[in-house]
Design a binder for this molecule. Structure first.
Ligand code: S3P
Length: 185
């Protein structure tokens, strides 16, 4: 028997540039759920952007805010939640994500992440000389953490976001077409 996959509470995890926000919006629309993005929520609440939070509070300050927000938002009902790429670093956050909903890991290569994020100034961790090397290092550190809590793993490499969203819907609601299952590919 495949594990039960709940489709009314979906948490998207994965690296910067994997497409969590774009896919999350489409997924929420298809599943008729509310869409939440932890970074957007943090910006809305603090009234400043992510680089400003990093500037004034450091990464540690940002992580603490992120952890509290993940705790709060994962308790909401009927949501698709796009999380920040580093939210899985915290052990308690990983436990909360895994226990409170269906975790979808959106996977793509550092090269593809780089292509999707290189013009974006809103990601403080990538504002350095060699962002590709940083993306590779982050992937090495975090990939096991994404996999550890993933119920479903989907590649977004060279794929239109719409087709990825459709793929996820079919895995979440097996009767509508695709096969359900965890940890494949
Ligand atoms: C981060 C990813 C960003 C944002 C912050 C830190 C990370 O979110 O939370 O810049 O540590 O990977 P996205 O994954 O939505 O870009």
């Amino acid at each position: 028997m495949p594990p039960m996959i709940a489709s009314n509470k979906v948490f998207l995890v994965g690296p910067m540039g994997a497409g969590k926000t774009t896919i999350g919006r489409q997924l929420a629309q298809s599943l008729r759920l509310s869409f939440l993005d932890s970074d957007h929520e943090l910006q809305r609440r603090t009234g400043v952007d992510i680089p400003t939070i990093f500037e004034f509070e450091g990464e540690a300050g940002f992580r603490l805010r992120e952890k509290n927000l993940i705790d709060e938002l994962t308790q909401r009902k009927r949501i698709v939640l796009a999380t920040g790429g580093g939210s899985v670093l915290d052990r308690e956050s990983r436990q909360r994500l895994a226990a409170r909903g269906t975790v979808v890991y959106l996977h793509c290569s550092p090269q593809q992440q780089y292509e999707r994020t290189m013009k974006d100034k809103n990601r403080p961790l990538l504002q350095l000389e060699d962002p590709l090397a940083r993306l590779q290092a982050l992937m090495e550190e975090r990939e096991p953490l994404y996999r550890e809590i993933a119920d479903i793993i989907v590649s977004t490499e060279n794929r239109p976001m719409q087709s990825v969203a459709r793929d996820i819907v079919s895995r979440l609601t097996p009767r509508s077409g695709g096969a359900s299952g965890s940890n494949n590919p």
